[in-house]
Design a binder for this molecule. Structure first.
Ligand SMILES: [Cu+2]
Length: 162
């Protein structure tokens, strides 16, 4: 007589245990979904955040640069969002070393662009105003001494990271 209630109690607690396990499983699945959603968002950000700066040779001022296929100028002023990766490509007939002149300290990747088509990059992870310039080297031997008009340009780039 005394065994019946306790067996029912046992059955109840087993059910509770199963329910608890199921709840934990559901909670686990929800957590996994939340993690996946977060991953999707963080991996989407850099995809939209790439900018290209091209340096070219030209007769007037020897060199100029352009942002995302825009006009070539000695001085550029651009605005990008946080997380943007800026990629510089040097197509001038001389090396250009990328130099950060102002703004929160950045890690420049391969700043010494010393060959035709060599590139440097930098990831802008912090808001702020940054300034860049380049330190040009001597003309490549194969380029001879291309004729230019006027003083060589000093390249300036201001980047506002929002
Ligand atoms: Cu040049």
């Amino acid at each position: 007589m005394a065994t019946a209630p306790s067996r029912r109690h046992l059955a109840n607690s087993r059910n509770e245990g199963e329910i608890k396990q199921r709840q934990q499983r559901i909670r686990g699945a929800a957590l996994a979904l939340a993690v996946l959603a977060t991953l999707a968002i963080t991996s989407a950000a850099p995809a939209g955040g790439t900018g290209t700066i091209a340096i070219r040779h030209q007769m007037r001022g020897c060199h100029a640069w352009s942002f995302n296929s825009g006009p070539f100028k000695p001085s550029l002023s651009i605005s990008v969002s946080t997380g943007t990766v800026l990629r510089f490509t040097n197509n001038d007939v001389m090396p250009h070393k990328l130099v950060q002149a102002a703004g929160p300290k950045l890690r420049l990747v391969h700043p010494t662009m010393s060959k035709m088509a060599s590139s440097a990059s930098v990831k802008l992870t912090q808001k702020g105003v940054y300034r860049f310039t380049t330190k040009p080297g001597a003309d490549y031997a194969w380029a001879g001494s291309p004729k230019t008009v006027g003083e060589d340009n000093v390249l300036h780039l201001m980047v506002r990271v929002k």
